[in-house]
Every structure is written in structure tokens, then in C-alpha cells.
Write a protein of this length. Structure first.
Lengths: 294, 294
């Protein structure tokens, strides 16, 4: 089996299987699969290979594998590193094993590593429904910016997977959240199609805050936020009051992602960078999906 | 009509008409009613007299009134100043007019000024249901401390009244919140009766966070919190991990109230005071209701 490094740029509308438009940033991840001995390293650190192995098994790869993964973003910090990582692994593993798979099959394969990885395969604006995700608008459909305010440096207290289970099992709001997401999805697609930034921005903010509200209502409560998260929300509210069109979304972690037009990205990222507790601001744009590097 | 200064110590289980145990602190408020000319001042500043006038009308006081109110807490900042103020006014106005009213009638009267004022009349641990509140446990039933971390100095962006209406009308979680409160009330009374601090603390935290989650889910979203609010929540979580029994509750504003035993109040208030953005920490205890000063 040959070495197949792979680069993945994460999908930009991240619907979490729940119709939730989040994860609005570009991530890069490189994965090499080589069949020397069973091993999984992430940024040169050994990792538990069980989820990666499940993905290889499902791809029909029976051999032992050596998987090396490199991540440009902080790992397990709520910046979708496992989404981009497992999307990259699905594409790289299929190529390394010489398998021909459709984009839908690759997306379904990535999902076995991490649910949200399914939507990182197709690129552009993707919708994840059931087993796999599909692209609904290409990366060039709409030139937007996503200013990612990194509001904590360490790993999350509660992983996305455990957090989602806790909300599902104990939040009295979870059924209403899922129901709301079903209404939000067609509305989001319509606003995307019309390139309506105020409409999509307000929808993304409402939807993300309702996801966090669902988590807050869990037992025990899940507080994903840091002090800087709240400061970013207030700062974006104030920016809008002063005429700067920028809306927040927040994935299952403390980081705030501001949606804005390219010409506002400088003022928005400068404002977010000035907030105490914001370690960095990364400005991203719609990008392509998981693909093999030449 | 004679001058009737009145001192009110706010009720300690604040159920907001929704079964929500919050507002766990003592407030003092002095109100004088005198019938010289129609006037309403709060801390010597002229105020809109319409709500106070409605209360006087309902009490059967037809004369013009001069109302002077003094407040020990920041006004309109989410520290229940209107609850203690209107409770004081109801008791003072009835006395000034020479009316004999039962505690329930005084509670119902206070409610016309501010909903939460109804539960500030009886004192001790009070339950507000429908038109009026009643005391369920006396102030001496359980010696607890409430460490109020003041997390902002200015008035709230959205008043309690408008905020509650917005949640009711636009939050997809509101029906589930009300339903949950109906379950929480008997549970809270049982835990109070048993003086079960871990049980009541965890219930108060869950209930308060679900109220804030309901507000976050409104359209537009209501973010009552400040960065220091989140820092206090995390600090109390860490204190509990290290064996200090202290739980947060948060009224419709940014301030965090920590419940703890008297012997832990020093360590809890010191920890909260060390947090950036916490302007002050007030340590309170269960107290009596609205009463006339000698």
C-alpha cells in the first residue's frame, strides 16, 4: 500500500446532522496511511487507533495500517479538528487501498470516525443528512469571511460526542431544538441561495445560541463558554449597532466565529483581537473539500 | 396622610411565578409615602410614577402621593431592586392610608408594581403562586449564606419585564421551561425542608441555567451574562471539585449568587472577589419580610 498524504479543507456550512449551520471555517489536515504496522499518530503523538481502525475496517482495508495525521488547528478544542482529520483519513485511506468510492461513499466513511467529518468531505457549503453530506453550493457561490476568535487554548472539558449525548439524554429542551433545526435548514438554504448576509447571520446566531442553550439545560449543565465568548457576543452586537454587519456562530466549544463580508473582515477581526481572553483570530473563507495532494 | 418609612428585606426563595428558586439575597429598601403632591423619587431621582400610581389606586388610595424610595442595591441591574422597592411601597402605602390588609393582600398589592415584589413581602423562604406569595419556611429554618457576585455596574440592557415577554413570545424552549419549573417547585420545597444543600444547590443551578437558556433561545437572543458571569460559574465548579460546597444561581441579569454554608462563605466570597469583572461580593443570609420601621 502506497503512501498517500492528503489535504482536507473543511466544509463551511456545518449542519451537525441537526440542521445547525456552524463550523464556518477552513481547516487543513494531512493524513498518510501506510501499511507497515498498526499505529496512529496525530502531530507525532501516539493516539488511540480504535476509531481510525473502525473506519479502515468499514472501507474494506483489512491490513494493519500506519496512520500519520498533521493538524493545523488546536486538537479537541472545539475547532473541528476531528472533522477535518477523519475526512482526510477517509479520502487518504480509500486512495491508499486503491478503492474507487463516490463522494457520498467517502462522506459516509468519514462519518465513522467523527460524525461531523461527513460534511468535511464534499467542500463548499455542505448539508449533512443521515448517512452522508453533499455539497449544495460551491465554494465560489458566495465570497464571505469567517473570523474565528480562539477563546481558549486548552482542550475542551467535555468532548463534542459526550456533550451531545448528555444534551440528548437530559435536556428538557432537546426535542424543541431538533424541531427548530428542521425548520432552520430550509430557511438557511434559501438565505444562502439569495446571498442574504443579515438573514443568514441572524439565523446562524439564533441557531448556535439555541444549541448552547440546549447544552446549558443539560443535567449536569454544560457550559462550553469562556468569559471571552460572552465578550465576543457583546462586541459583535455593538459592531452591528454601529453599522458593521457581522454575526456570531459558536460550535460546541468556547470559540466565536463571526460571519461578515470580505470588506469588513479587518475591522471585525481587529475588534475581536482586542478582547481579553481572545488568544488569536483566524480569518477564513469558503474552501474546497477533502482531496488528495499531488 | 402620615410619613411611613418602611424597610424591606427581600424574600429569599424567589420563584418568579415560574417556580424558579432564585433571587437568593437580602435587599433593603426604604419607602416613604406622603400625600403632599404627586411625586415619585428613587434615591432622590425623579421616576415615572405610573406603576407606583397603579399600586396606590389598587390599594384604594385616591389622594395624590409623594413617594420617596431609597435603595441599598444598584437599581435596574438585575439585583431585584424593584422587587424590594414595590414590596416596601405596598406595606408603606397601606399603612400611610390607614388600611388594614392581610399579608396575602399586601403581597398581591406589591405584585401590581413588580411581579417579583409579591414574594418580597412575606420574608423567609417564600413561594409565589398566582396572585400572591406566602412564606413556607421562616428565616431561621436554615442558616445559609448567599454570596452575590456583582458582575456589572450599569443598568441591564433589557429589563426583566421585557425580557420575560420576549422569552415567552419567541423562545421555542419556553413551554418546556415552564413545565420543568412545575416539577422543580415541589422538589425545591422538599430539599429545603430537609436542609439538603447539595440537592438544593444543584437544583438552583439547573433551574437558573435553564431560565437563561430559555432567554438565550429568544429571537433576538437575550444574553444577560457578562464575561465575569461565566468566570464565576467556572470558579464555583472548580471550588466544588476541590470539596467546597457552593452552587450558583443567576437572576435575570449578569450577577452570580453562590449558595453555601456559613462556614464556607469566606472562601467562596474571596474566590469570587478575585475574578476579573466582579465589582463586589455581598454576603447575605435569610431575612424577614417587608415591615414598617418603628
Amino acid at each position: 500500500m502506497k503512501l498517500s498524504p492528503q489535504e482536507c479543507e473543511a466544509a463551511l456550512v456545518d449542519l451537525d446532522g441537526l440542521g445547525r449551520p456552524t463550523g464556518l471555517f477552513k481547516a487543513q489536515h494531512q493524513t498518510a496511511v501506510q501499511c507497515l504496522r498498526q499505529r496512529f499518530t496525530l502531530d507525532s503523538r501516539a493516539e488511540d487507533p480504535s476509531r481510525a481502525r473502525a473506519l479502515l475496517d468499514a472501507a474494506g482495508i483489512r491490513q494493519r495500517a500506519r496512520i500519520e495525521s498533521r493538524n493545523e488547528f488546536p486538537t479537541a478544542a472545539g475547532l473541528a479538528s476531528s472533522a477535518s482529520g477523519f475526512a482526510a483519513l477517509a479520502v487518504a485511506a480509500a486512495a491508499a487501498a486503491g478503492l474507487r468510492k463516490t463522494p457520498e461513499e467517502l462522506s459516509a466513511l468519514a462519518r465513522l470516525g467523527s460524525g461531523s467529518a461527513a460534511r468535511s468531505v464534499p467542500g463548499g457549503w455542505a448539508v449533512w443528512e443521515n448517512e452522508s453530506a453533499r455539497q449544495v453550493f460551491s465554494p465560489t457561490h458566495w465570497d464571505l469571511r469567517f473570523c474565528v476568535a480562539v477563546c481558549a487554548s486548552g482542550p475542551k472539558q467535555v468532548g463534542s460526542r459526550d456533550g451531545m449525548r448528555l444534551s440528548r439524554e437530559t435536556s428538557p429542551y432537546h426535542a424543541a431544538f431538533i424541531e427548530q433545526c428542521r425548520r432552520d435548514l430550509p430557511a438557511a438554504l434559501h438565505l444562502l441561495s439569495a446571498r442574504d448576509l443579515p438573514g443568514l447571520g441572524a439565523l446562524a446566531e439564533r441557531n448556535a445560541l439555541r444549541m448552547h442553550a440546549d447544552a446549558l439545560a443539560a443535567d449536569p449543565p454544560l457550559v462550553y463558554w469562556e468569559p471571552a465568548t460572552v465578550a465576543c457576543l457583546h462586541a459583535l452586537h455593538e459592531l452591528r449597532s454601529s453599522g458593521v454587519a457581522a454575526w456570531p456562530t459558536i460550535d460546541a466549544g468556547p470559540h466565536v466565529v463571526a460571519l461578515c463580508a470580505p470588506e469588513q473582515a479587518q475591522i471585525v477581526s481587529d475588534r475581536l483581537r482586542s478582547i481579553a481572553g481572545v488568544a488569536d483570530v483566524l480569518v477564513c473563507a469558503p474552501a474546497g473539500g477533502a482531496h488528495l495532494l499531488p
